[in-house]
Write a protein that binds this ligand. Structure first.
Ligand code: GRF
Length: 192
């Protein structure tokens, strides 16, 4: 079997997608292993989970730092861990163009809408307000333009009567946990 791709996951909070990616990496067919979980918030919940699972972690608050300086420190942590790919999973930081360019084709993100609809924030409320029949989730390559890189996979989630942004977000998260590991795995299989 070919060697597994080495992946660093960047998070900012709960890290439920990170957990889904981590456990999917334990499946026999997994094309990747997680070599690092890094956060821009030392209190990010997901860090403790990753550590409990024996994954190397790194945390550096972005507060009081220049964006380029913080990016560089995160990037260095990824390189030191031997990462070949960076997977953003609820990483709430806009990256510098240089960082995005250096990792072009090797950095993925998950976004809670059916792109190109609703890049940016408040995606669920915007889909509900527009009267859309479905919200959903997209996994895409990261480019300097926010949420605009090639879409690698999407999953639709029905919007029910009386749906709130929170109730939709909760269901979209189930879809996210199915989609992200699968799309990452397929992408890495194609790359090797
Ligand atoms: C997810 O909804 C993801 O689509 C968005 O941020 C959220 C992260 O949730 N980019 P979690 O930290 O993975 O639980």
């Amino acid at each position: 079997m070919a060697e597994k791709a080495k992946v660093a996951i960047f998070i900012s909070g709960r890290g439920s997608n990170m957990a889904a990616l981590l456990y999917a990496a334990n499946l026999p067919e997994a094309a990747y292993e997680v070599v690092l979980v890094a956060a821009n918030d030392p209190m990010a919940e997901g860090l403790a989970l990753a550590a409990a699972e024996g994954i190397h972690t790194f945390a550096l608050s972005h507060k009081g730092m220049q964006r380029a300086e913080h990016d560089a420190a995160m990037e260095q942590a990824a390189r030191e861990a031997g990462a070949e790919y960076i997977v953003l999973a609820g990483y709430m930081r806009i990256l510098t163009d240089d960082f995005a360019k250096r990792w072009e084709g090797r950095m993925l993100n998950i976004h809670p809408s059916l792109l190109p609809n609703y890049p940016g924030l408040d995606t669920h409320q915007r889909a509900i307000d527009a009267g859309d029949s479905h919200g959903g989730v997209s996994v895409h390559l990261v480019t300097p333009e926010l949420d605009a890189g090639e879409v690698l996979g999407q999953m639709r989630v029905a919007i029910r009567k009386g749906e709130t942004a929170d109730s939709l977000a909760e269901r979209v998260r189930f879809a996210e946990h199915q989609l992200y590991p699968r799309v990452l795995n397929d992408y890495l299989e194609r790359a090797r």
